[in-house]
Design a protein. Structure first.
Length: 610
């Protein structure tokens, strides 16, 4: 997602900011900008496109200064235009704000500020912050004005603030979005990620939620939102630059597995109102009329996204009351699909460039379908050609084996199901609130599921030499069994198959012996007794059972060889949680075998050929 860099110190600020932005490019962005003070005057330069476009805009100009902010933006509110790029200014053009995250109540704040005489130049939620801070600067200093403004804000943010009226200080703050402070010799920095700091210092402070940092040439002061001083421990970063881009993780895949709680939150942020029991899907507005008239849904995808579509079928049918068909992008146009104006065709793709899925989308458009896209990459081909788009906001996914994109797709599909349910009258506001309560808990539950990492690594050491694995699940967890098997195949090159557990006796049971681990998804749901019977069938044939069960399930633990306890959750959010230990299992087995985890053989991140 977006990147922030801020600097105060003796060096020329423009090269420092540009270098920091380049070190954050891996996060993904569609525009960039910087702001700095020179001779007491605030200078702002923004550009759509890559950082080289920003450099070209700066070329040949005699820019100096020793304090400033830089930002790379990935569009959420408002299109990728120069007006919507960061930094954003107040009415007078004397104060700038850079911001990562989403201000959920920005519309209400914007209307209030307009009524007070403020004029807005962009479509973004971020500009509201600049105007709010300006408002409080009338009778407060900069740090106090920032604190007062942030107390009115609902949502997630990490911000940097620079004001012409206080030319020696930068202010940073965070809530649910990372912000790191770098401590150098007579120079201090803020950044959204560590790589942007390493050219200047390896000593850092990690801000916690609700904390505000004030940077000057004299040092850094950290306080709470109530201006209470906070003492922070200085941490020393020992990473190499390459490892820094991985956030200290050994592989991008492991980093991305651990980013899933954040990715789920980002996919949810700004898209619901608990108070109103409503769903807001920016980018889907062109489809609003069609959504009230569709009679069925076709979900089309490839690979991991196809498994997400299978889970989506359960979500859409149960919540929205619509019949759903799931199809492979590579097969859709090679038959005569029965789709028409009453069919919502939805393409799902992490990259938005998967050619099979893109061609299927074009075929659906020819047949008169309203088309939607669930994609991660802003401005990708599928997002441009669909009538409506729902971005997952998972952030760049570098590892070839998809992880955070999958669970973000599940989150987006849940939101789509709720929106359709409301639009069709299958749900009321109270029903939406009940589902939202489960969804809002999901990121925190995902953090708890990640704490199984040590147990999963021990299992990987034990079973890394096996040649075959079976994965079993029932109902909405059957697609998760498919996804778990795919992950193991992709990165460890071990043969693995996923099956509906009820189908085991129709063939796969012949493969079971004491050399074949069977991974079983066994949450405490309405088919729990059925899955226990399947486990007994495996054990009766000498099979090794690794079960994923609900926390506190002693009965299951007694019946299996190994039991991983996943946090208790609703049945419809459980697939996302159950996925996490399976990703970790595949990862640790692949590492144990010495495989190239991030770039497995014969695979590409985005399949752009048929």
């Amino acid at each position: 997602m977006c990147g922030i860099i801020g600097y105060v110190g003796p060096k020329g600020v423009v090269p420092v900011l540009l270098d920091g932005l380049k070190r954050l490019e891996y996060r993904g962005y569609d525009s960039a900008g910087l702001a700095f003070l020179q001779d007491g005057r605030l200078i702002v330069q923004r550009s759509v496109g890559k950082i080289r476009d920003l450099e070209n805009a700066l070329w040949g100009k005699d820019f100096r200064g020793e304090i400033g902010l830089g930002h790379t933006r990935w569009a959420t509110h408002g299109r990728p235009t120069e007006e919507n790029a960061h930094p954003h200014t107040d009415c007078r053009g004397e104060l700038v704000v850079v911001h990562n995250g989403i201000i959920e109540n920005y519309l209400a704040l914007k209307q209030k500020l307009k009524a007070e005489g403020h004029t807005f130049r962009s479509e973004t939620d971020t500009e509201v912050l600049a105007h709010l801070i300006e408002k409080y600067l009338r009778d407060a200093d900069l740090p106090t004005a920032v604190r007062r403004a942030l107390k009115e804000v609902t949502g997630a943010y990490s911000i940097g603030v620079l004001w012409q009226g206080d030319p020696d200080r930068l202010v940073g703050a965070r809530a649910s979005s990372p912000l790191v402070v770098g401590l150098g010799e007579g120079e201090f920095l803020i950044a959204s990620d560590i790589p942007a700091l390493l050219a200047h210092t390896r000593n850092v402070l990690f801000l916690d939620d609700g904390e505000v940092a004030v940077l000057s040439r004299d040092g850094v002061e950290v306080t709470t939102m109530d201006a209470e001083p906070v003492t922070k421990d200085v941490e020393r970063v020992a990473w190499s630059p390459i490892l820094a881009e991985k956030g200290g993780y050994k592989h991008f895949m492991l980093k991305e597995i651990y980013e899933q709680p954040r990715a789920m939150r980002d996919t949810l942020l700004g898209r619901y109102s608990l108070e109103q029991g409503r769903i807001f899907l920016e980018g889907m507005e062109p489809l609003e009329e069609a959504l009230g008239q569709v009679t069925r849904v076709t979900l089309v995808a490839c690979g991991t996204s196809w498994h997400a579509a299978l889970v989506g079928k359960f979500l859409l049918e149960e919540i929205a009351g619509l019949p759903v068909e799931v199809d492979y992008g590579s097969e859709f146009r090679y038959r005569s699909p029965l789709v028409d104006a009453g069919t919502l065709f939805t393409a799902i793709s992490q990259s938005g460039e998967t050619l099979d899925t893109l061609v299927a989308l074009r075929e659906a458009r020819k047949r008169g379908c309203p088309t939607a896209a669930i994609v991660n990459v802003v401005g990708s081909s599928i997002s441009r050609e669909a009538d409506g788009v729902l971005y997952t906001h998972a952030g760049p996914e570098i590892g070839v084996a998809s992880t955070k994109a999958f669970t973000s797709q599940l989150t987006a599909l849940y939101l789509l199901a709720l929106h359709l349910g409301l639009r069709r009258g299958a749900l009321d506001a109270d029903g939406v609130r009940e589902h939202l309560a489960d969804l809002i808990r999901l990121p925190q539950q995902a953090e708890a599921a990640l704490r199984l990492d040590g147990e999963v690594e021990a299992l990987a050491q034990r079973y890394a030499t096996c040649r075959d694995f079976l994965y079993l699940g029932r109902g909405i967890h059957y697609p998760v069994a498919l996804e778990g098997a795919l992950k193991l195949k992709e990165i460890s090159y071990i043969h693995a198959e996923g099956y509906p557990a009820g189908e085991m006796k129709h063939g796969p049971i012949a493969l079971i012996d004491e050399q074949v681990p069977v991974v079983v998804l066994a949450p405490r749901d309405k088919v729990y007794e059925k899955i226990l019977a399947n486990i007994q069938e495996v054990k009766a044939r000498g099979g090794i059972v690794i079960a994923l069960g609900t926390e506190g399930d002693a009965e299951l633990a007694e019946k299996v060889d190994h039991c991983l306890a996943v946090p208790r959750s609703s049945r419809l959010t459980s697939p996302a949680l159950m996925t996490i230990p399976l990703q970790l299992l595949a990862y640790h087995i692949a590492v144990r075998k010495g495989c190239d985890v991030d770039q497995p053989r014969n695979l590409a991140k985005s399949v752009t050929v048929e």
